[in-house]
Design a protein. Structure first.
Length: 66
């Protein structure tokens, strides 16, 4: 029987988006008084806006020039 496959836990984010991400996480921490790491901020975005982002990407791809 085949073992289940687990994805790795790392995602590469290039330097400029990473800086923006970390700055947003710091701002979230300061404004809420809670600890917000970059990964916590990303999880929040995925949990709350992931489906909307997918719909927008799908919609936009229908109108891109090929």
């Amino acid at each position: 029987m085949r073992e289940s496959y687990t994805l790795g836990n790392n995602v590469y984010v290039s330097i400029d988006p990473r800086r923006r991400l970390e700055a947003l996480a710091v701002r979230a921490a300061v404004s809420t008084g809670r600890t917000y790491s970059a990964s916590r901020f990303v999880r929040y975005l995925i949990d709350n806006y992931g489906e909307a982002a997918l719909e927008k990407i799908t919609w936009e791809s229908q109108y891109e020039k090929t």
